[in-house]
Design a protein around this ligand. Structure first.
Ligand code: OSB
Ligand code: MG
Length: 369
């Protein structure tokens, strides 16, 4: 595959409703899409960086800069035997995993098209459908939250993840558990707590949570190992895990019992598969996280979630939960039993609504070999 052309676009997309975590509120998304051309085929990837550096260090603008000034020069005109070689080409660039993932994943789409295989199959996926859960932003009130949960459960979603922060935690979880004693329930703190909160975090143990996601600092695996020793609830790491070595360290230290794999956070499909394979070897379940993606990122998440180690419902849910109109055709839909079908068509398995993409594009740059 010779990388002949690259188009980088920024799309302005407004979520249906604001999404609040312990660290930020997002309503307008600045979505970066990478389109790569090889031999008349076009592959698509999404750079999942947020607008601000409050989840990880990357932002829309750092990703644009690093893609334009460093990633494109390393890949344009290069010939690669398969998409995983892109990860090696990009190795000299430290960090910036989300920017790298956008490029690499677009090439995975092309390779799958060339081979006439669904991307999920090419990656080694074995599932025909994936279990789907929802991530619920922090809500203004508990009744608001309960009403929203009712809707999601009615739609079929298999598990509910609640965003929490100090002051909006135990009381919220207690209320949801009272209403729904048996649902699969978990919380995500996005690093809002410190080890000094140990007593508070221990009170979560009585609510039968599947896991507590990233309670402590975004870059501190060791402190999570100290915390996990005092909690019955499994810790799931998100922000802390940027590659398979981090995953290895976290598992060896006992810092987590579950891992959230995000394609962007670990630098694309090749690296995500490394984290997956390592987790499977250690009997650590993984699931696919989300970054409020457009349909392009969502389609890549679905392909990755078909791998055998993705045994828990992920944060990959229907397009319509986020967007009035998504950029893919068909949109991602969830069945009444909370599953998403893994597409069987070659490549990403969803078409790109190119007119819609053009309409939403606010900035664009292109390169030819
Ligand atoms: O921590 O998983 C997270 C969204 C933005 C940034 C971080 C996170 C999230 C989510 C939403 O939880 C997942 C989604 O619905 O896409
Ligand atoms: Mg998270």
């Amino acid at each position: 595959m010779r990388i002949e052309s690259i188009v980088l676009r920024e799309l302005k997309m407004r979520l249906k409703a604001p999404f609040e975590t312990s660290s930020e509120i997002t309503w307008n998304r600045r979505v970066l899409l990478v389109e790569v051309g090889v031999d008349g085929l076009h592959g698509w990837g999404e750079i999942t960086a947020a607008e601000d550096p409050f989840y990880n260090a990357e932002t829309t603008d750092t990703a644009w800069h690093v893609t334009r000034d460093f990633i494109v020069p390393l890949v344009i005109g290069q010939s690669v035997a398969s998409a995983d070689a892109i990860a090696n080409l990009l190795d000299p660039i430290r960090g910036h995993e989300m920017a790298k993932a956008g490029m690499e994943n677009a090439v995975w789409d092309i390779e799958a098209q060339q081979r006439g295989l669904p991307l999920a199959k090419l990656l080694g996926g074995t599932r025909q459908e994936i279990p789907s859960g929802v991530s619920m932003g922090i809500q203004a009130s508990i009744p608001d939250l309960l009403a929203k949960i009712e809707c999601e459960l009615h739609a079929g979603y298999q598990r509910i993840k609640l965003k929490i922060k100090p002051g909006k935690d135990i009381e919220v979880v207690a209320a949801v558990r009272r209403q729904y004693p048996d649902i699969k329930l978990m919380v995500d703190a996005n690093s809002a707590y410190r080890l000094e909160h140990l007593e508070l975090l221990r009170t979560f143990d009585q609510y039968g949570l599947m896991m507590i996601e990233q309670p402590l600092a975004w870059d501190d695996i060791y402190e999570h190992s100290l915390l996990q020793a005092h909690l019955r609830t499994p810790i799931c790491l998100d922000e802390c895990i940027h590659n398979a070595s981090h995953a290895e360290a976290a598992i060896s230290l006992g810092a987590c019992r579950v891992i959230n794999v995000k394609l962007g956070r670990v630098g694309g499909h090749t690296r995500a598969r490394h984290v997956h394979d390592l987790s499977v070897r250690h009997s650590i379940p993984v699931w696919c996280g989300g970054m409020l993606e457009s349909g392009v990122g969502r389609a890549h998440n679905i392909a990755m979630s078909a791998l055998p180690g993705f045994t828990l419902p992920g944060d990959v849910s229907a397009s319509q939960r986020y967007w009035n109109e998504d950029v893919i055709e068909p949109e991602v839909e969830v069945s009444p039993v909370g599953t998403i079908r893994v597409p069987e068509k070659a490549g990403l398995g969803y078409g790109i609504r190119t007119k819609k993409v053009e309409e939403l594009t606010v900035r664009q740059e292109q390169w030819r070999a």
